[in-house]
Design a protein around this ligand. Structure first.
Ligand code: ATP
Ligand code: MG
Length: 131
């Protein structure tokens, strides 16, 4: 996902350019907005964390871009491309270093395993939206 902060700040195009330049193929994509229930479900793994309420507020405050990306070693390579959760710790040239503003508002989401990538793809897209 391209998160609401990066959409608000006009970075959709630049972020998609970096993603495709890094060799990812976009196999599904949509511009949408998460409901509170959507965000609570998507980030359910973090529901006991102190920042959960803030995270749900943030993720629902405006539109996002959701996409399914394909590449060899996609999960690890995408996490390398986006950089550390906290942009202050993200490597130079990473998407979060360039476009995130804080640990909470960090521009992009990446799946953390192939298994979760499949679950998250199914959360956003039906079979006929995947190419
Ligand atoms: P994402 O799952 O969004 O790709 P991530 O895997 O790098 O991010 P997680 O630990 O899964 O990081 O945290 C999920 C999201 O919760 C973060 O991207 C960020 O938006 C928010 N978050 C994480 N830690 C904090 C924190 N300490 N304070 C505020 N928000 C946080
Ligand atoms: Mg995560």
């Amino acid at each position: 996902m391209i998160k609401p902060d990066a959409v608000e700040n006009g970075h959709i195009g630049a972020i998609l350019e970096k993603i495709t330049a890094a060799g990812f193929k976009i196999v599904a994509m949509k511009y949408t907005q998460l409901s509170r229930r959507d965000a609570q479900e998507f980030y359910a793994i973090h529901k006991e964390r102190p920042f959960f309420g803030e995270l749900v507020e943030f993720m629902t405050r405006g539109p996002i871009v959701a996409a399914i990306l394909e590449k060899d070693n996609a999960v690890d390579d995408f996490r390398a491309l986006i950089g550390a959760t906290n942009p202050a710790e993200a490597a130079e040239g990473t998407i979060r270093k360039l476009y995130a503003t804080s640990i909470g508002e960090n521009a992009v989401h990446g799946s953390d395993s192939d298994e979760n990538a499949a679950i998250e793809g199914g959360f956003h897209f039906s079979g006929r939206e995947v190419f």
